[in-house]
Design a binder for this molecule. Structure first.
Ligand code: NDP
Ligand SMILES: O=C(O)C1=N[C@H](C(=O)O)C[C@H](O)C1
Length: 251
């Protein structure tokens, strides 16, 4: 039985994950971690160190400000940590890499497998359509704090691995020149209760290729989180990404 603490337990993703964990008998949510008002039947703590039982895994969908406590706690107690929170800065990534020296740490800005497929198709398209202009549009609900989305940045970073000279342009409002060949334009749309949509455009002469992924429910992301919990619970200390999980599924 994998004992799980859900971080961001009062949030949209945290609640969805807690609900889904109840469907499985190989894992149990033993507590939540959140700074928000405490509601529901799972006990939610505002300080990880107050949780009486030590979990096997913490799954996190909260806020970058939680990363310090999450990594301190995971390293101190020898607990595996899986982070889905986006909007991370360099300092947070550094904390996660440091923790990964002593405990298993998994980081993915998108936990659904469909986005991994989009990423791999986008990298392939960037190689084949090497003279096409690349633009990314992401759409999310009006409660999202960070922009562009972690997934949009992850896609752009993946494309940069095959087109090393690209750079990112987030807002053309103040630009007074023609589009540069090496730009990846990244654009964020916010509205209503959109769960998450990402489209990568490869635009050439008289031709546009679009690769899209659209979510209509958080259940898909929470299903991915369940796979991540099972995966990270079995790993040695180290820093893991979605590709590691996918490779483990094919073995
Ligand atoms: N990797 C993935 O697949 C996915 C990632 N995400 C990311 O997960 C994060 C959460 O998303 P979502 O559930 O929609 O957001 P919500 O705002 O609905 O939930 C976040 C929760 O975390 C709480 N919180 C804020 N700061 C802290 C802290 N320092 N310590 C503990 N809890 C804290 C919030 O409290 P309060 O409301 O009081 O601020 C809130 O209850 C975002 O970064 C989002 O981009 C979301 C979906 C999928
Ligand atoms: O905030 C969200 O909701 C989501 N955030 C992630 C991101 O920033 O990429 C993943 C997903 O699209 C939902």
């Amino acid at each position: 039985m994998i004992k799980v603490v859900v971080s961001g337990a009062q949030g949209k993703m945290g609640k969805t994950v807690i609900q889904l964990i109840r469907n499985y008998n190989d894992m149990k949510a033993i507590a939540g971690f959140d700074i928000a008002y405490n509601e529901g039947d799972l006990v939610i703590y505002d300080d990880l160190f107050k949780i009486p039982e030590i979990p096997d895994v913490i799954i996190d969908f909260s806020n970058p400000s939680a990363i310090k406590q999450l990594t301190d706690y995971a390293a101190a107690k020898g607990v595996a940590l899986a982070v889905g929170t986006t909007g991370l800065e360099e300092e947070h990534i550094e904390l996660l890499y440091n923790a990964a020296r002593t405990v298993p740490v998994f980081v993915s800005h998108n936990m659904c497998l469909g986005i991994s497929l989009l990423l791999s198709l986008a990298k392939q398209a960037a190689e084949i359509l090497s003279d096409h202009d690349i633009e990314i549009i992401e759409k999310h609900h009006n409660q999202k704090i960070d922009a562009p989305s972690g997934t949009a940045l992850m896609i752009a970073n993946g494309i940069k691995e095959v087109r090393k000279d690209v750079y990112y342009v987030y807002n053309r409002a103040d630009i007074r020149k023609k589009r540069d060949k090496n730009e990846i334009g990244i654009h964020a749309i916010r509205g209503g209760n959109l769960v998450g949509e990402h489209t990568v455009f490869f635009i050439g002469e008289d031709e546009t290729v679009e690769i899209s992924h659209k979510l209509t429910s958080r259940k898909v992301l929470a299903n991915g989180a369940i796979k991540v919990i099972r995966f990270i619970a079995q790993q040695k200390p180290g820093y893991y990404i979605m590709q590691d999980l996918i490779s483990s599924l094919s073995h």
